[in-house]
Design a binder for this molecule. Structure first.
Ligand code: GDP
Ligand code: IMO
Ligand code: MG
Length: 424
């Protein structure tokens, strides 16, 4: 199998972790290329539930190499908690098979503090995960960030923390009414865990390129979803990294030509966590039905996810930006038991019918979904193992989506377990 990128097609939580886990059996290496522990990727294997935040979901397959790329932001404390939890479930998370790029930026206590204080004070809250993701990427772009490789040079590390806190302590004390953070304490706390982190550091870019040159297969695992992309999503209600497929190369340090397959993970309906426009959102019993049937509560923060019908306008935008070679359609089983299913095929915006999201600042807020209504089905799908075993109306729903988007659903997922997925 060749090299591929897995990307979330909507606003996150499409089931990326599940599909990455499934396809890991066919690759040799899995690389996370953006985001941080704002992500929550749930994988269920034989009834055991694993929730991955920054560790690639490929870790569940013994012997596969997993890499945290330069495009990720890594919270050292949270990373150690995550690997401890995985280890207690019997997984090998040793530095022999899990690597962190020297260039990965570290999320430090002051990033979390800024994230929390800013959201607390804001009138129009973004509804971030509070993990310090945005402030860490800000420091990276401002060139005052601390990178994982700095852990090997205490003097450089101390100077960087001191420099960062010079500015941030003014914010804390004068704007947010909080106590200043002591650079020495931040430094000491980090140095105390550095011996556990340093063995994981590696020249990730070279490792990936060497694996490719040796004929190995690599999967690039995305977090979040295209509508949360910092440039192309529903700005400012987005995350702070590029989510689109092509960031896989920048976020891992490989050239784009190395990746030839792009798999978009599409949930059979739409969800969103946090604030921001969501044209097909349902505020009635139907929304509650999807939340209950789909267990739509955040894997990272436990927040109830906002739920709505599948939005093909959003998916057309994703296709325009990512050109997926195939789609994986997940959570189709959740729609069982509905008399009718609505599919948003376009928006009505300022009297016009739009097939793509309007690009004006408040375009999405003022867009009304145009729906096509399809017949539902009652059958439980959780035991379906191939296309022919799906009820006729379910196949019609999937075929209509494919027809309107011009992309095939190469994988269909009908339950949370690793086994509950089949290929077309
Ligand atoms: P990710 O962030 O894209 O990896 O997705 P999450 O793990 O946050 O959310 C997806 C949720 O749906 C998880 O709880 C999965 O266990 C679950 N899930 C994934 N695929 C399916 C499916 O086909 N059917 C059902 N019922 N649940 C699924
Ligand atoms: P996975 O990988 C769903 C959302 C947050 C918020 C916005 C900004 O599990 O699909 P941030 O903390 O990133 O600054 O928050 O982005 N968000 C996610 N929503 N799934 C995710 O990840 C998300 N990661 C961030 O809810 O609206
Ligand atoms: Mg998630």
């Amino acid at each position: 199998m060749s090299n591929m990128t897995i990307v979330g097609a909507q606003w996150g939580d499409e089931g990326k972790g599940k599909i990455v886990d499934l396809l890991t059996s066919e690759v040799d290496m899995v690389v996370r290329f953006q985001g941080g522990n704002n992500a929550g990727h749930t994988v269920i294997v034989d009834g055991t539930k694993y929730v991955l935040h920054v560790v690639p979901s490929g870790i569940l397959h013994p012997g596969k190499m997993c890499i945290i790329g330069n495009g990720v932001v890594l919270d050292p404390e949270s990373f150690l908690e995550e690997i401890d939890a995985l280890q207690s479930l019997g997984l090998d998370v040793s530095p022999e098979r899990l690597k962190i790029s020297y260039k990965t930026h570290l999320i430090l206590p002051y990033h979390r503090a800024i994230d929390g204080a800013r959201e607390g004070k804001a009138k129009a809250k973004i509804g971030t995960t509070g993990r310090g993701i945005g402030p860490c990427y800000e420091d990276k772009k401002s060139r005052v960030g601390v990178r994982a490789g700095d852990l090997t040079d205490p003097e450089v590390l101390r100077a960087k923390i001191e420099r960062a806190l010079e500015e941030k302590n003014v914010l804390f004390t004068q704007l947010y009414g909080m106590p200043a953070l002591d650079p020495q304490t931040v430094f000491d706390d980090l140095m105390a865990i550095a011996p556990r982190l340093v063995p994981y550091l590696a020249d990730a870019s070279s490792l990936i390129m060497e694996a490719d040159a040796a004929g190995k297969s690599i999967m690039f695992e995305g977090a979040q979803g295209v509508m949360l992309d910092i440039d192309h999503g529903t700005y400012p209600f987005v995350t702070s990294s590029n989510v689109v497929c092509d960031n896989a190369s920048i976020g891992s340090g490989v050239h784009a030509g190395m990746i030839d397959q792009r798999i978009a993970i599409v949930k059979a309906y739409t969800t969103r966590v946090g604030s921001g426009p969501f044209p097909t959102e349902l505020f009635d019993d139907m929304g509650e039905f999807l939340r209950r049937q789909g267990g739509e509560y955040g894997a990272t923060t436990g927040r109830p996810r906002r739920c709505g019908w599948l939005d093909l306008v959003v998916l057309r935008e994703m296709i325009r930006l990512c050109d997926p070679t195939t789609m994986a359609l997940t959570k189709v089983d959740v729609l069982s038991g509905l008399k009718e299913i609505k599919l948003c095929v376009a928006y009505e915006y300022e009297g016009k019918v739009m097939k793509y999201p309007p690009q004006t600042p408040r375009g999405l807020d003022n867009s009304k979904p145009v729906y096509e209504v399809l017949p539902g089905w009652d059958e439980d799908l959780s035991g379906c193992t191939d296309w022919d075993s799906l009820p006729r109306n379910c196949r019609r729903y999937i075929e209509r989506i494919e027809e309107l988007l011009g992309v095939k659903a190469g994988y269909i997922s009908v339950g949370p377990d690793r086994n509950q997925t089949f290929r077309r």
